[in-house]
Every structure is written in C-alpha cells, then in structure tokens.
Design a protein around this ligand. Structure first.
Ligand SMILES: C[S@@+](CC[C@H](N)C(=O)[O-])C[C@H]1O[C@@H](n2cnc3c(N)ncnc32)[C@H](O)[C@@H]1O
Length: 270
C-alpha cells in the first residue's frame, strides 16, 4: 500500500519540532546545494523549502545580483522561514500549481530549480505535473537538482508501523512512494529534461536519543496515525520501538539508526 495511486495523504508540519527534531534533513541537504553549485547572479527556486535554511544558503551563494525564492505548501513553514530569513523571498505555493507569474518577486524564468527532501511528499501520480511545472519555470538549459527518498527508503520502519497497525485491526497505508532511478528519470525525461546524473544510495541516518524514533514518527508519520487517539498512537509507537530496538537501537550511543536511501539527480531542461 503506497501513495503511488495518487491518494492525498497530508502531514502537519510544525516548524519548531521540524527544526528541533529533524534538523539533520537540512544539514544533509547542504551537499545537494553543493551539487546545485549556485553561482553569483543566478535566479534559483527552492521547491518545498520548509523552514528556509537551504534557501538562505542559496541566497548567499547567488549574492545580491541573484535571487533565491523558496516556496512551500505549508503556511506554517513559510511563516517560520520568513521570520528567520527576512531578507529572503518565500511564498506559500503548492509545487503542483507553481507558476512564476503569480509570484511578485519571481523572474519570468529561473536558471535553476532546487529541492531537498520534498518531492516524495507529493503523490507519485502528480510527479509528472511537478516536473512539467519545473520545466516551464526554467530557462532553456536551466538545471533541476534535487534529492528525495528513493526505493527502499526507511522501509524497515514503515513496514514495522504498518504491520503493527494492521495487527491491531487498523487500516494502514504507506504515505510515500519512493521511486527507483529509472522510474524518476522517466518522469523527468517525459517532462522535457535530459537526466545528466541520477543515483540511489544508502544514507544511514542517526536519530539521537532513546526517543529518536518516536520523535521521527511524530514529525513525519502523521498520516499513518490519523485515525488513532493519542493513547492508541502511543501504544503503537511503543510496540514499534520494541519490534525495532534490537536491530536499530544502539544503547551505548543512545541512538537509533534509520535506513534512509536517497535518490539524487541533476537534470537539464532541453
Ligand atoms: C522534509 S521537509 C523538507 C524541507 C526543506 N527542503 C529542508 O531540506 O529542510 C518537506 C517539505 O515539503 C513541503 N511540501 C510537501 N508537499 C508539497 C507540495 N505539494 N508543494 C510544496 N511543498 C510541499 C512540506 O510542506 C515540507 O515543508
């Protein structure tokens, strides 16, 4: 059960717990900014910018002659990004509806579109639409550089949660679809991109503290627990911790390790 069918399964984004509990997402994203290699004077769009840390890094790299615009569908994340980085440009926009002409601070076309850890939050059935929107927003030769969860991402955790929910009689559905390189490259090519680089790689990710897994589920797994009361959710999370402790928890380091697998690509608009 995945969101490949295009079901809308939303997550509530709380900027404070996002930055406090999973700040590693933007930290890891810095190497995706390195791949983007933003240059002075460039106009760059950050799709699904969250709390704006990477947009600010890009803004610094493109300098006063350039422009970095962060867009995100969450009003809360955009409000936090604006408060933290008042000098940057942010807008609450759904990537599936992105149109540079509707943004006061946006140019007609961008030199590059960037995205970190956001695309897999958009249903798989809508990825073609997103890729076409990005292609429309780019100048010819413009680049699309992004990282998202790839095939097998956090599978051990998702499987344990789904199994636990089903064993208790709840309906459970994986909220994400994590594509292979071939699947995602095909979407990009159909939208008019030449895929210059795409790779899937393991990135074991430490979730600090005895509550690391619990905190991670709290930030990211809303939709898995949507029909449960707070007490029921707590019982399921405790049972999931018990299932996974032996394999994923290191008591000496007091840390969990999540089996992240990332799909990173650089594509150029034809
Ligand atoms: C895990 S966060 C990543 C945020 C940021 N890029 C970072 O690296 O910290 C995922 C973000 O994608 C955003 N998002 C999800 N679906 C979206 C959509 N359809 N359009 C725009 N943003 C979306 C969420 O609101 C959230 O802020």
């Amino acid at each position: 059960m995945t969101s490949r069918d295009g079901d809308e399964r939303s997550n509530d984004w709380d900027p404070d717990s996002y930055d406090a509990e999973v700040g590693f997402v933007a930290d890891y994203g810095e190497s995706v900014v390195d791949l983007l290699d933003p240059r002075p004077g460039e106009r760059v769009l950050d799709l699904g910018c969250g709390t704006g840390h990477l947009t600010a890094d890009i803004a610094e790299a493109v300098g006063p002659e350039g422009l970095a615009v962060g867009v995100d569908q969450s009003d809360e994340m955009v409000a936090e990004a604006r408060e933290t980085y008042p000098e940057c440009h942010f807008a609450a926009v759904d990537a599936r509806e992105f149109d540079p002409e509707t943004l006061p601070s946006a140019p007609e076309r961008f030199d590059a579109v960037f995205s970190n850890a956001a695309l897999h939050w958009i249903p798989w059935a809508d990825q073609r639409t997103v890729a076409e929107r990005v292609a429309d927003a780019l100048a010819p030769g413009g680049r699309f550089v992004a990282e998202l969860g790839g095939r097998g991402n956090v599978a051990t955790i998702v499987d344990a949660v789904v199994d636990e929910l089903e064993s208790r009689g709840y309906e459970a559905a994986n909220p994400w679809y994590f594509p292979t390189v071939g699947e995602h490259a095909t979407v990009l090519e159909r939208a008019g991109f030449e895929v210059r680089m795409a790779r899937l790689f393991d990135r074991p990710t430490v979730l600090d503290g005895p509550d690391g897994l619990r905190n991670w589920l709290d930030v990211f797994a809303d939709s898995l627990f949507a029909s449960l009361s707070a007490d029921e959710e707590d019982a399921v999370v405790t049972a999931v911790e018990d299932r996974l402790r032996q394999d994923l928890y290191d008591p000496d380091a007091e840390a969990w390790t999540a089996g992240y697998r990332r799909l990173r690509f650089l594509a150029v608009r034809d």
